[in-house]
Design a protein. Structure first.
Length: 255
């Protein structure tokens, strides 16, 4: 009965999606912001939580200057709700605390119930995205465990596949959680994207006995790469590009 009740509660909750990659350079943050912008353009209310501590820079990428960020929440001088800032892309941001090394994040977060508060705030939004750090550190796994879905942003690079597998493995071993989905980016085409996914899928099935679904593939697009160089989001700079169209489709599938 308790399991059935929990399942029912989860169905009615705002989805919380953690964007993770295992390996840096997969385009995780760019993907997260493109997804958020695409959904905001469709009238969805999106909250992006910048959880890449030490390298938190979503506010800089978006050109916003928040008066309060997570460092104020952790020090007790602001509530989580007070840090929410609206970007000119139409979605909302909880800025991270880039460069703040003096506060141990996980213990402080747990003491002040920030994750619980984030879940409470989520009800005001259609979806919440967590942009977590690269790697498989404790903070990454904490957020991945907290999220309803962990979206692994993977490239065809063998080390990217290996690192994504490490996230899946540690999530299962440490948290008994199997909430990962795969998004393949920077693939030479649909075929290479599917082949990349199959490698990860087979490893998870053979060694962990779990199935990891594929959200989709975003093939390499010169316009996406051009947008990155321009320090812009592809869905803004090139809304009619193939990458932007695919992002729009896949983002809706997360709701």
């Amino acid at each position: 009965m308790g399991g059935e009740m929990n399942e029912q509660i989860n169905i009615n909750q705002t989805p919380i999606v953690a964007f993770a990659s295992g390996k840096g350079g997969a385009g995780k943050t760019s993907t997260c912001l493109n997804f958020a912008t695409s959904l905001a353009k469709k009238g969805k209310k999106v909250l992006v939580f910048d959880a890449d501590f030490g390298l938190a820079n979503i506010d800089v990428q978006l050109g916003i200057t928040p008066s309060k960020d997570l460092s104020h929440v952790i020090s007790g001088t602001a509530t989580l709700e007070e840090t929410i800032t609206k970007s000119d892309r139409g979605f909302y941001v909880i800025p991270g605390r880039s460069g703040s090394e003096n506060l141990p994040f996980i213990n402080t977060l747990e003491r002040r119930d920030i994750l619980k508060k984030l879940r409470d705030l989520a009800g005001a939004f259609d979806v919440v995205f967590l942009d977590v750090a690269a790697g498989v550190g404790d903070e990454v796994l904490t957020f991945a465990n907290f999220a309803d879905t962990t979206l692994l942003v993977v490239t065809p690079d063998p080390s990217s596949i290996t690192d994504a597998y490490a996230v899946i493995k540690l999530m299962k071993l440490r948290h008994e959680k199997t909430n990962c989905k795969v998004l393949v980016t920077q693939a030479g085409g649909e075929m290479e994207g599917k082949q990349t996914y199959e490698k990860l899928k087979k490893a998870a099935e053979n060694f962990l006995k779990i199935e990891v679904p594929l959200l989709g593939v975003i093939p390499y697009d010169r316009q996406y790469a051009a947008a990155v160089k321009m320090q812009k989001l592809c869905v803004d700079a090139f809304p009619d590009s193939k990458a932007s169209e695919r992002i729009a489709q896949l983002a809706l599938n997360l709701l």
